[in-house]
Design a protein around this ligand. Structure first.
Ligand code: ADP
Ligand code: ADP
Length: 226
């Protein structure tokens, strides 16, 4: 029962660029996987396919045994955090986090409770009514993570979420993310070109080669987390 399965996936963009080349990789439920490799090796391409953003030229990507487009349409099982926090500037912090819950429908009061509780989890309960422009980069990223978590996804996809942050903010958010991962028992796919980040966060690292699109090795990290 795999959370995600890349089955012999190749992706050739219409520019002729080979972004993935017979990429074959299964992800078990509950794992924290980092995709590690130099810029241009195909990490984002792989991750975006799991979110239904782009399809393989050949091969197949499945999420819980289904094509990702189906899950995106029908469930809140997949959430995505991009490198830039991607917040809506005209919505408050609380309203940004509420958005996916509103889209799903459900009870207004319960949605609000859920949003406030994830914002508490990421240390932002005193900023519910702030607007994105009033927040630091680290705080915006926290909001973005809170928004992804609010829908209680089974699968969290993160594309270099900490790349633009200073070292201390990055380390703080890394610790928080690990805590949340352990608590919520999600599967996380995490894209990074930072070796230390990959080793610190992951249960397993998919190392991708500078020869574009190839999986060069898989490292079982399994650090004895405290
Ligand atoms: P990474 O995330 O590892 O930096 P990407 O998956 O973004 O790598 O890109 C892999 C390769 O595919 C790069 O050469 C990139 O320029 C190219 N590429 C990515 N997206 C597109 C696209 N939409 N059209 C054409 N080429 C693309
Ligand atoms: P990343 O920082 O994750 O590697 P990029 O900044 O390379 O991502 O790409 C950002 C966006 O631009 C993505 O939607 C990607 O598909 C697209 N893109 C990347 N490279 C190219 C390219 N060579 N041609 C067209 N689109 C590209």
């Amino acid at each position: 029962n795999h959370a995600v399965y890349f089955r012999n996936v190749s992706k050739i963009y219409n520019t002729g660029t080979v972004a993935l080349n017979h990429f074959d990789f299964p992800v078990e439920e509950g794992e924290f996987i980092s995709f590690l490799g130099p810029s241009g090796c195909g990490k984002s391409t792989a991750l975006r396919m799991v979110a239904g953003l782009g399809t393989p030229t050949s091969g197949e990507v499945t999420v819980y045994g289904e094509p990702p487009e189906e899950l995106i349409k029908n469930t809140n099982d997949i959430a995505f955090v991009f490198q830039d926090a991607n917040l809506l500037p005209w919505r408050s912090v609380l309203d940004n986090v509420l958005l996916p819950l509103e889209l799903r429908g459900g009870n207004k009061k319960e949605n609000k409770q859920a949003a406030i509780s994830v914002l508490e989890m990421v240390g932002l309960k005193d900023h519910l009514t702030s607007y994105p422009r009033q927040l630091s980069g680290g705080m915006k990223m926290r909001v973005s993570i809170a928004r992804a978590l609010a829908a209680r996804p089974k699968l969290l996809l993160m594309d270099e979420p900490f790349a633009a942050l200073d070292e201390i903010t990055r380390q703080t958010l890394q610790m928080e993310l690990l805590d949340i991962w352990k608590k919520e028992k999600m599967t996380v796919l995490f894209v990074t070109h930072n070796v230390y980040e990959a080793v610190f966060l992951s249960s397993k690292i998919a190392v991708m080669s500078a020869r574009p699109g190839r999986l060069s090795s898989v490292i079982d990290v399994n650090l004895p987390y405290p």
